[in-house]
Design a binder for this molecule. Structure first.
Ligand code: AP5
Length: 210
């Protein structure tokens, strides 16, 4: 059976969907597209738009569709002919409908990664990101400050605090979870238990995709 052209990972903040999406894309030769990374790149440019994004992200809110759509749609249009692993998009029903305008239903597979709120909080507090290459780390001590792959500095994301995470979980429940039912009604969803170690979650995902 042919693989679906667009594989979406849905899951709460810090559920591990970015980690798994990158592993999957590499293994099956698809392009990885993470909208969080795309929007953070705009923040780093320091543009007026980037400043607005940074403000909303640091409050744990979604960025309005009219601001994200032009950036994300342009990127998706460019990738239309390749396989895509999407992380962080769609985030609400309006975005799911926008995606449907670009790709027909038969192109989709949705992986719904579930992790309990306590584990989300634990994962978030020990997460560090390489500011140079974007690699994701789980640190065991605050002495871990350098990326093994490229030597870049490991930093904590501005929205990785307990208060903001709670807001992000609420935003996920209110705005993003309704999409799961939208795709379930179309028969597109496979549930993934995101609690076990990374390699075991990867195994479940490989089975779901093959
Ligand atoms: P985004 O960057 O997408 O953040 P998120 O959805 O909150 O997800 P995270 O990146 O925090 O976590 P993750 O699930 O990828 O987990 P990770 O693999 O890093 O979005 C940020 C913000 O941008 C949003 O709040 C919003 O403002 C805006 N935004 C983005 N897209 C948007 C859109 N489409 N529309 C509007 N606004 C948008 O893993 C977390 C940690 O756990 C890591 O340390 C990792 O090593 C560890 N880990 C992973 N798996 C496991 C495991 N199985 N066991 C133990 N540890 C694990």
């Amino acid at each position: 059976m042919e693989k679906p052209k667009v594989i979406l990972l849905l899951g709460g903040p810090a559920s591990g969907k970015g980690t798994q999406a990158k592993i999957l894309a590499k293994r099956i030769g698809y392009t990885y597209l993470g909208t969080g990374d795309l929007l953070r790149a705009e923040v780093e440019k320091g543009t007026e738009l980037g400043k607005k994004f940074g403000e909303l992200m640091s409050r744990g809110e979604l960025i309005p569709d009219e601001l994200t759509d032009p950036i994300i749609k342009a990127k998706l249009e460019r990738l239309k002919d390749s396989g895509i692993v999407l992380d962080g998009y769609p985030r609400n029903l309006e975005q799911a409908k926008t995606l449907k305008e670009l790709f027909p239903d038969e192109d989709f597979l949705v992986l719904n990664v579930s992790v309990a709120p306590d584990s989300l909080l634990k994962r978030m507090s020990s997460r560090r990101i390489c500011e140079k290459c974007g690699s994701i780390y789980t640190i065991k001590s605050e002495d871990e400050k350098t990326c093994d792959s490229c030597g870049g500095n490991l930093i904590q994301r501005a929205d990785d605090s307990k208060e903001i995470l709670e807001k992000r979980i609420k935003t996920y429940e209110d705005r993003t979870e309704p999409i799961i039912n939208y795709y379930k009604e179309k028969g597109k969803v496979k549930d993934i238990d995101g609690e076990p170690p990374i390699s075991e979650v990867t195994k479940q995902i490989e089975e779901a995709v093959s």
